[in-house]
Design a binder for this molecule. Structure first.
Ligand SMILES: NC(=O)c1ccc[n+]([C@@H]2O[C@H](COP(=O)([O-])OP(=O)(O)OC[C@H]3O[C@@H](n4cnc5c(N)ncnc54)[C@H](O)[C@@H]3O)[C@@H](O)[C@H]2O)c1
Length: 373
């Protein structure tokens, strides 16, 4: 294999068109898109023409077995992630699977077992954890002598509020009638398979956790470790898309809050408080590329003043994520955002969903994660 990794993309929607394809074009010395797959011919040909990709498939099975492909980006809807990632791993391809890696712990276990057998690199697309502001924050948090409080906050406007203002995405408007309803039914079925019967709108709560909150919870775990337990979790609103929870770290509590609404803005941050230093990472929307991630450190300054130091960079988190993937594949390294790592989110989400539905908290989450890993 040459140093240039040949990437096949399954699912050429919003995230592929706005983010991954332009990112990969920018990284053409190391990564090249050689094949694409989408169930929509309109999307497939439109994206193929726009980005000059000639190997085009409507069935992902053909893409994952193509000799033109070394690695597969899984970027179709959540419900297909496990199925496509599994087929790619079985075909001996490296995989970068968009978050969420899959819908259930059972799917995660099957993927992890297959990954071990195949010996390929499988990485999960938590790009926020590759952002420079985050990795620097991690270094600073490790130096904190004593953490008293942490806060994870992700309250944003619905994606289309931003995307329709700035992008002209090719949409799959040619799919057969009923395709959308079929997808929603499959989604509901898979939520039930993951959690047992869930009353509406709590199925949407689980989807919110898998979709948006997986970014936050996985970053929280990398920054602070696994919580000992969850003190409470609650979902509110008729759409089930506002969640708050408190993670128990023993010496401190991490407050968590997430919601999606109709106010066009992006307000996502993690903040860690020690008695003499506050470290905070802010994220902006990923749909506007190269927006700086911001690291803020607040501490006592001279003459009784508070000193705020803000560092930002235009280095795109997705680029760093892809470069890490390239390095992991070419140097045979295990990604920090591995399948086993992402499984920990699923265990936390199952526990949160149990609490949201009136269950009692587990004695020690960490034992639970390890025992079932
Ligand atoms: N890392 C991030 O910040 C980030 C941001 C956005 C989306 N995502 C993830 O990426 C995934 C895709 O999101 P999106 O917003 O691009 O969705 P989207 O609906 O815009 O695009 C999905 C595309 O997949 C195609 N598709 C559907 N079923 C398919 C199948 N079986 N095989 C091949 N193609 C199929 C659709 O026709 C569509 O073009 C989601 O899982 C989402 O969570 C991650």
């Amino acid at each position: 294999m040459s140093d240039i990794l040949r990437v096949g993309i399954v699912g050429c929607g919003e995230v592929a068109q706005i983010i991954h394809l332009p990112t990969l074009q920018n990284l053409r010395d190391k990564l090249r898109v050689t094949a694409i797959c989408d169930v929509s011919t309109k999307v497939l040909d439109g994206v193929g023409e726009q980005f000059g990709v000639t190997h085009r498939f409507r069935d992902y099975r053909e893409l994952v077995s193509s000799a033109e492909v070394d690695a597969v980006l899984v970027a179709n809807p959540h419900v297909f992630h496990a199925e496509v990632a599994m087929a790619a791993i079985k075909a001996g391809k490296h995989v970068l699977v968009e978050k969420p890696m899959c819908m259930s712990i059972a799917e995660a276990d099957a993927l992890i077992a297959q990954e071990k057998q195949a010996g390929v690199v499988a990485q999960v697309g938590f790009m926020r954890r590759y952002a420079q502001a985050f990795t620097e924050a991690k270094r600073l948090v490790q130096e904190l002598p004593d953490i008293r409080l942490a806060r994870v906050h992700d309250v944003i406007g619905r994606n289309p509020l931003i995307i329709t203002q700035i992008n002209n995405v090719i949409r799959p408007t040619d799919l057969p009638k009923g395709a959308k309803e079929e997808l929603l039914a499959k989604q509901k079925e898979m939520v039930t398979a993951a959690l047992g019967p869930v009353q509406e709108p709590l199925d949407k709560t689980y989807l919110l956790l898998l979709g948006l909150a997986s970014h936050d919870i996985s970053a929280m775990r990398e920054l602070l470790g696994l919580p000992k337990g969850i003190l409470y979790a609650a979902s509110r609103g008729p759409e089930g898309r506002t969640v708050s929870a408190a993670f128990d770290y023993g010496g401190f509590v991490c407050q968590f809050e997430t919601s999606v609404d109709t106010v066009p803005r992006f307000d996502a941050h993690i903040e860690v408080y020690s008695p003499s230093r506050i470290v905070r990472v802010d994220y902006d929307t990923p749909y506007v590329r190269n927006l700086p991630g911001r690291l803020t450190v607040l501490e006592p300054g001279p003459d009784g003043m508070a000193q705020r130091q803000v560092s930002s960079t235009w280095k795109d988190a997705f680029e760093i994520e892809w470069l890490a993937f390239h390095e992991n594949v070419t140097q045979g390294r295990r990604p920090k955002t591995s399948l086993a790592d992402a499984r920990e989110d699923l265990v936390l989400f199952r526990e949160m969903m149990s609490l949201i539905q009136g269950g009692s908290p587990a004695a020690d989450m960490r034992e639970r994660v390890v025992a079932r890993a």
